[in-house]
Write a protein that binds this ligand. Structure first.
Ligand SMILES: *Cc1c(COP(=O)(O)O)cnc(C)c1O
Length: 376
């Protein structure tokens, strides 16, 4: 049992929809329209419908999507973009490549998401945008973020790479999906995300027609009419093969999310009475979709190693906050600038989480976790 437990089980997930996937792949091969084939447009439309958003522009990956989003918003070198310090690198990297200045922000200890109460202090005359990163499958508290942005005239970009299929409920009771509330929002279909393809893929979603048109233009070399370049762009396309696979998987996304939520709740139950393990909090304004199930624990590295030695995998997202990464030294941050992010980097541990996870496997994971804690 122990040695068969996987962090993710992409093959097991594929086997359940093998016929449909194989058929979709062979249709693309038969058509040989590998670039901009019909499934690309169909998938874009279907994702727009799923999200209930007016426009989706597909592209090659989520990192490109961020860069295209910044460019579509017309951000210029020196413009400041606020984003969490406890995060994947993409939002900072794409900003830095365009000469924008990433401005980091501390996060909530219990939800790992950006602390919206700290945003106002980070705003300067150069601030132009806020990147709301929905980490691990849980929505940022969007309403205050949108209010602050409106008040200060800032743009909001949701980084929904980890949280496709998650919802957010406003104070008035209305709900929207993450990735539909910002001015322009990004998604990733990296294989381990909530909706993953068989390689790289990404998308941008927006309700703003101008931004959608611009994003599309930028992702196609800035090309309007053939060989007429209206602006500097890049080459970022979703492969037809990936789009065909994503169409099949999108039809299963609600089921995948339900399976993740059930697994998340089962871990919660198993960990209920363990004072040494802090479970991931679920905020009342969102339903966690558990792209990752991340606990906090003391002596994290030793625990991880002991579990690994007994055949139980786990991962650390993230071992170091962005403000202390060498590549971002030039921004001038120091140890201690974002104490919560720094603490989380010492304590977080992601347990196996995927759509094929069995209760018996979860029992075994928690058993090994307990054994490791007890033998410290
Ligand atoms: C995965 C991820 C991205 C980028 O995704 P790619 O498709 O791998 O480029 C961006 N932001 C966050 C938070 C992510 O987790």
């Amino acid at each position: 049992m122990l040695n068969s437990i996987k962090m993710v089980d992409l093959y097991g997930q594929y086997l359940k929809i093998k016929e449909e996937i194989d058929q979709a792949i062979s249709e693309v091969i038969n058509s040989s329209a590998f670039i901009n084939g019909k499934p690309v447009e169909s998938f874009g439309n279907e994702l727009a419908e799923y999200l209930d958003v007016k426009y989706v522009v597909t592209c090659a990956n989520g990192t490109d999507a961020l860069q295209i989003a910044y460019q579509a918003l017309d951000l210029k070198p020196g413009d400041e973009v606020i984003m969490p310090a406890f995060n994947y690198v993409a939002s900072a990297e794409a900003a830095a490549l365009l000469g924008l200045k990433p401005v980091f922000l501390d996060v909530w200890e219990d939800s790992f998401n950006m602390n919206e109460k700290l945003i106002q202090d980070r705003i300067t005359p150069a601030t132009k945008a806020i990147v709301a990163v929905h980490l691990f499958g849980q929505s940022v508290n969007m309403e205050p973020v949108l209010d602050i942005a409106r008040f200060f005239g800032l743009k909001v970009i949701e980084d929904n790479a980890q949280s496709l299929g998650t919802d957010y409920t406003f104070f008035n009771g209305n709900s929207q999906m993450t990735g539909t509330m910002g001015d322009i929002n990004i998604h990733s279909f990296f294989p381990t995300k909530n909706l993953g393809c068989f390689g790289d893929g990404g998308a941008i979603s927006t309700n703003d027609m101008d931004l959608a048109q611009k994003a599309k233009l930028i992702s196609r070399h800035g090309q309007g009419q053939k060989y007429a370049y209206e602006m500097i762009g890049c080459n970022s396309r979703l492969d037809t093969l990936q789009a065909a696979i994503l169409r099949v998987k999108l039809r299963n996304l609600d089921n995948y999310i339900q399976l993740r939520q059930e697994a998340g709740k089962y871990y919660d139950k198993l960990l209920e009475d363990l004072p040494k393990v802090i479970r991931p909090a679920e905020n009342s304004f969102t339903h966690h979709t558990y792209n990752q199930y991340v606990i906090r624990i003391g002596e994290r590295d030793r625990i991880k190693e002991m579990m690994h030695n007994s055949g139980v995998p786990s991962m650390v997202y993230y071992p170091s906050p962005l403000h202390l990464q060498k590549a971002y030294n030039y921004l001038g941050y120091r140890q201690g600038d974002f104490p919560v992010a720094e603490k989380l980097c010492r304590e977080v541990l992601a347990l196996p989480m995927h759509t094929e996870l069995l209760k018996g496997e979860q029992d075994a994971v928690i058993n090994e976790l307990l054994k490791s804690i007890n033998s410290l």
